[in-house]
Structure formats: structure tokens, C-alpha cells
Write a protein that binds this ligand. Structure first.
Ligand SMILES: *Cc1c(COP(=O)(O)O)cnc(C)c1O
Length: 359
């Protein structure tokens, strides 16, 4: 029996996706072999890959001037690949520091070139996002890097900041396709798949074609966006199984009605949970209200003893993965696209009962 999985990542996948993968695991229809046993250069696999790319393009209406890549190494490798490919010699990259993942991206970029932290909310324990007027942008910056959803701290940009003419680079690992996204506003978007898109081991990269010209031949070949784009992500053996599951997840998203539909559902799920957090003073949301994430809902209880009991009792009740990240403590409910609405209701019920018993 499946329980409710609030894990931050790898995270819950849609049940219909798992069921289809299970049904076809031993032999893909018309192929007679498992997706893990066929050549990545076979027509069968190329069709799977191209269908996944087509579904991604259709979901967000991505202009043809953008290339869609399926890479490996997680979002963390993108922390290095982005500056190695896009930060030209002598130029500066602007980074907006809104959380632990943004901070890691900054540390990697500094190994490659000149970095300006255009704003940071570290002084507020990353409990909020900066306002537009807090940004100190570099004229002629190579790019501006932003983290759209801060997975650990539970904050999410409601509107992407205006960065002028510099290409906007976004780490969307924990809110990719959680609602409509205007890809044309970005130069490059990347996301590790294991939160909202599929299993771990695949990284989605969407890059504006003109930026491929910045990738120089001197780069290690596996770290060169242009090489991956020129080879349709098949320069070497990709994570074939991961691409397959990501493709099924994209098909599932389309069948639900696409990004508007999932966006409305995600708003509803998050609103229910925040309403419970705000209902009395017992629970306390850690993110400032204007910056609250729809994906990772972070909250604390009156004492650490309460929090320990909450983790223990919720786990026993079949609500798994609610313990917050070790760096911030408290609770974190990750309620990505595939997390069912009735699971949110079950958590709300549990929270009421817990407060009644311990409040
Ligand atoms: C999880 C996460 C990462 C790290 O992803 P990996 O795929 O494990 O490298 C980076 N950025 C954000 C915003 C994340 O949520």
C-alpha cells in the first residue's frame, strides 16, 4: 500500500506513471525488450526521447529558438556548467542569493570567474525574497542567476525579477512545471528531475540557441552545452530509464490539462496547508507570507519536543518525510505536482488532531 510521501526529493511520482512503467518494464510494447536494455541509438529510444522533448515544448509553448536537453550530474553540475559555458572572460555574472542552493551555485561560479551577489536575504535567514529595488545588477552582466523556488527554506518567487537585457538563468529544480512558465523570459533554465519532473539522474536544461555560441571548444566535452545540443543529448549514453520516466510524467501532465491546470491544483493544495498553519498560533510558518512556496511548506511547532513528537506520530500515521532539512530544522511538507490533494487533507487533519492533543 502506498503512503503519503512528503519527501523533498527524490519525491513522489504520479501513480499512473509508475503503473505504466511497471506494466511495460519487461517489454516495451512493439519493442519486446525493456527500455533499459535497448540501445540509446535505437529508433525506439530516440522516439521516446524526442516525444519527451516534444511534450516539454508543448507544455510550456517553448519557442523553437530554445533547445531542450536531458543531461546528467543533477542541478549541482549545472552550478559549474552555467559559468563554464556562459561566463565570458572578463565579464561578471550576477547571482541573487535566496537560499542554500543559490549559495552553492555562487560558490561554484566563483571558481570560474567574477561573481557579483546582486542581493542576498541571508541576513533574514532566507525567510524572504528580495524586492526588485534591492537588486544591484551589473551593467552588461554575462547573465543573472536566480533560484525560482528555495527548496530548503520554503520560499518561491511570485514574479521573476526584471533584470534588463542580461540573460536570466534559473535553477527551477523544485518548481519546474508547477504552473505556467514564460520560457521566453529566460536565457537558460535548469532543473534536476527528481522533484517535479521524474526520477533522479536526469537534468532538464532549456537553453536559448544564441547562448550556445558562448560554449568554447576548450571546455571538457561533457560540460559543453553546444556538444549536447548538437547531438540531441546523445553525445554519450544518457540515463535512458530516467528519460523514459520523465517522458511518462510529461505525458501525465498534459493529460491533466497542462500547466494552468496543475498550477491551479498546486495553489489549492498550498492554500489548504497554509490556512491550517495560520489558523491558531500553534504552528508557525517560517517563510514570510509574501514569499511562501507552493512546493515546500516549512513550519515550526512551539518547542523542539513538539517537533520530535510530530515527526514520530506523523510517520506512524503514514505521512512520511515531514522532517525539515537538517540546516533549518522544523517541518517541511513537499507537495510537488504528483503529490495528491487528499494527502494534503490528511496532513491538515493530522495537524488538527496533533494540536488538540499537544496544544
Ligand atoms: C535539489 C536541488 C538542487 C540539487 O539538485 P541535484 O540534482 O541533487 O544536484 C539544486 N537546486 C535546487 C533548487 C534544488 O531544489
Amino acid at each position: 500500500m502506498r503512503i503519503y510521501n512528503f519527501s523533498a526529493g527524490p519525491a513522489v511520482l504520479p501513480l499512473p506513471v509508475l503503473e505504466e512503467a511497471q506494466r511495460d518494464l519487461v517489454a516495451l510494447p512493439g519493442v519486446g525488450m525493456s527500455v533499459m536494455e535497448i540501445s540509446h541509438r535505437s529508433a525506439a529510444f530516440e522516439n521516446l526521447l524526442n516525444q519527451a522533448i516534444e511534450d516539454i515544448r508543448a507544455l510550456a509553448n517553448i519557442p523553437s529558438s530554445y533547445r531542450i536537453l536531458m543531461l546528467q550530474g543533477g542541478a549541482t553540475l549545472q552550478f559549474s556548467m552555467v559559468p563554464m559555458n556562459l561566463l565570458m572572460a572578463g565579464a561578471t555574472a550576477d547571482y541573487i542569493d535566496t537560499g542554500s542552493w543559490a549559495d552553492k551555485a555562487i560558490k561554484e561560479a566563483r571558481k570560474v570567474g567574477s561573481v557579483n551577489v546582486a542581493a542576498t536575504t541571508k541576513g533574514d535567514k532566507y525567510s524572504r525574497l528580495p524586492a526588485q529595488q534591492e537588486l544591484t545588477l551589473t551593467p552588461g552582466a554575462a547573465y543573472v542567476h536566480v533560484t525560482t523556488n528555495n527548496t530548503i527554506e520554503g520560499t518561491e518567487w511570485k514574479a521573476i525579477p526584471d533584470v534588463g537585457s542580461a540573460p536570466l538563468v534559473a535553477d527551477t529544480s523544485s518548481d519546474m512545471f508547477s504552473g505556467p512558465i514564460d520560457v521566453a523570459r529566460f536565457g537558460l533554465i535548469y532543473a534536476g528531475a527528481q522533484k517535479n519532473l521524474g526520477p533522479s539522474g536526469v537534468t532538464l536544461v532549456i537553453i536559448r540557441e544564441d547562448l550556445l555560441a558562448r560554449s568554447t571548444d576548450g571546455l571538457p566535452i561533457m560540460l559543453n552545452y553546444k556538444v549536447h545540443a548538437d547531438n540531441n543529448s546523445l553525445y554519450n549514453t544518457p540515463n535512458t530509464f530516467g528519460v523514459y520516466i520523465l517522458g511518462l510524467t510529461m505525458k501525465w501532465l498534459r493529460s491533466l490539462g497542462g500547466l494552468d491546470a496543475i498550477g491551479a491544483r498546486n495553489e489549492r493544495k498550498a492554500a489548504k496547508l497554509y490556512a491550517e498553519i495560520d489558523r491558531t498560533g500553534f504552528y508557525r510558518g517560517t517563510a514570510q507570507k509574501k514569499s511562501r512556496s507552493r512546493m515546500n511548506v516549512t513550519f515550526r511547532l512551539p518547542t523542539e519536543e513538539h517537533e520530535k513528537a510530530f515527526v514520530k506520530e506523523s510517520t506512524a500515521a503514514g505521512l512520511d518525510g515531514l522532517k525539515g532539512h537538517r540546516s533549518v530544522g522544523g517541518m517541511r511538507a513537499s507537495i510537488y505536482n504528483a503529490f495528491p490533494e487528499d494527502g494534503v487533507e490528511a496532513l491538515v487533519q493530522f495537524m488538527r488532531e496533533f494540536e488538540r492533543k499537544h496544544g
